[in-house]
Design a protein around this ligand. Structure first.
Ligand code: SF4
Length: 427
């Protein structure tokens, strides 16, 4: 056997934020005859990665180290990559980075030290990449792979094809790696601050009810008691437009309930997904009341200023957020409303409108989830100024937080936003 045909081990740089993406990629490898037997190791942190790569090298052959993370974690992950490479410098070890950040910033990612970038959705590409490397092929020519040429210029082969969710498992069952079932990918809304539509496309692709039920049944068989779903907008299940298809949502929820029975928990419209405020109606709430276990609904609000909502292309106004909260409370749900502070173009009046709306929502019984705007790569606002809060805004938010009416990472995100903008301008 030549050195090029020695066995391959896949090591995932398995950090918390990218965790479910690795489960999905593992499921894709498990379900392709070409890659099902390739060993996959989940290594969390530098020491675990060095150990996993060392073990794989001791067995001979090549090692593909897969990375995936969100833009705010790019600096920390780059430091981890450099720490791993400082300990193991071996041409048989290939560091590949995929996901939303790497797709939006392939050149910066390659210049930071990754050997290859996987552009676009990973399920099909990871199979082709692993098969190619395992057989001693040249991964740089694969569609969806970007690399730096010998002269240091970026070489891109387009992006990986978008997939149909039904064609892939929602996690890695053979490796016992589970997570929420992704029911919808892509988003028809194009909120200017959000990476989702720019990465996954500006239309909805839904997992079929039959396929969701298949995986729910599988999880029931494994003893799971809680069932969660991943979607950019929960009440958009089954539709292709901005108009919800409540019959499709009901078919999904009734089907899942039939699989899990009355005692297990069905979480929908809450973590890790949310509902858009204009989709909150007496009819949709009655439907949720009938089928779901959660009493909390996460509602995307983002701003109390109609001007800022319009400029960020949210597709609803502030009154709509207030109506949604009132309806949630009337129907016995506790609304948690997401807000983004420091959005581009916000003036004092806009900020005041947001703070006043927060007060009114809290008075109605809602909780506020505060975020600070991050200029995310790949979005129309990637070059905008990072979200910054005035001392007065911070004081008001802390006051709400002290009463248990607001929570979130808004303070840390303000620091992260500044750091992201600093790195952007230094490139
Ligand atoms: S914020 Fe939500 S609704 Fe807007 S584009 Fe992103 S996923 Fe879609």
């Amino acid at each position: 056997m030549s050195a090029d045909h020695l066995p391959l081990t896949v090591v995932w740089a398995y950090r918390r934020t990218g965790k479910f993406a690795f489960h999905v990629l593992t499921g894709a490898l498990e379900t392709d005859a070409r890659t099902a037997a390739v060993p996959v190791v989940f290594a969390n942190g530098v020491e675990a990665m060095v150990a996993a790569i060392g073990d794989a090298r001791a067995r001979g052959g090549r090692v593909l180290v897969g990375w995936s993370f969100y833009s705010p974690d790019a600096a920390a992950m780059t430091a981890e990559l450099q720490a791993v490479k400082a300990r193991i410098d071996d041409a048989r070890v290939l560091h590949v980075c995929g996901g939303v950040h790497a797709t939006a910033e392939p050149e910066a990612t390659l210049r930071a030290g990754w050997d290859l970038v996987a552009i676009g959705e990973g399920e099909r590409l990871v199979r082709d990449l692993v098969d190619c490397v395992a057989n001693g092929g040249e991964p740089r020519v694969l569609p969806g792979i970007a690399s730096l040429g010998p002269d240091g210029t970026l070489k891109k082969n387009g992006r990986a094809d978008r997939i149909a969710l039904d064609d892939f498992p929602p996690f890695g069952p053979e490796h016992g790696r589970f997570g929420p079932i992704e029911i919808t990918r892509g988003c028809i809304y194009a909120c200017r601050f959000c990476q989702t539509p720019y990465f996954a496309g500006a239309n909805f692709r839904h997992r079929s009810v039959a396929n969701v039920r298949h995986w729910v049944r599988f999880l029931v068989g494994r003893g799971f008691r809680d069932f969660r779903f991943l979607t950019p907008t929960s009440l958009s299940y089954g539709t292709r437009t901005a108009e919800p298809d409540l019959a499709a949502v009901e078919e999904l929820l009734a089907g899942v309930r039939e699989e899990i029975g009355p005692a297990r928990k069905l979480w929908f419209g809450t973590f890790p997904s949310e509902v858009r405020p204009e989709h909150v109606t007496p009819a949709s709430l009655a439907l949720l009341q009938r089928w779901v276990s959660n009493k909390t609904l996460i509602v995307g609000g983002q701003s109390g200023s109609d001007r800022v909502l319009a400029s960020s292309a949210r597709g609803h106004d502030a009154a709509c957020i207030e109506r949604a909260v009132a309806l949630c409370v009337e129907h016995g749900f506790l609304p948690h409303v997401d807000f983004l502070l420091g959005l581009p173009g916000e003036d004092e009046g806009d900020v005041e409108a947001t703070l006043q709306l927060m007060d009114r929502l809290v008075a109605r019984g809602a909780k506020v989830h505060g975020h600070t705007f991050l200029p995310l790569p790949g979005t129309p606002w990637q070059k905008a100024a990072p979200g910054a809060l005035t001392a007065e805004v911070r004081r008001k938010l802390k006051n709400l937080a002290s009463k248990g009416q607001l929570y979130g990472q808004w303070e840390q995100q303000e620091v992260t936003a500044q750091a992201m903008a600093g790195r952007r301008s230094s490139r």
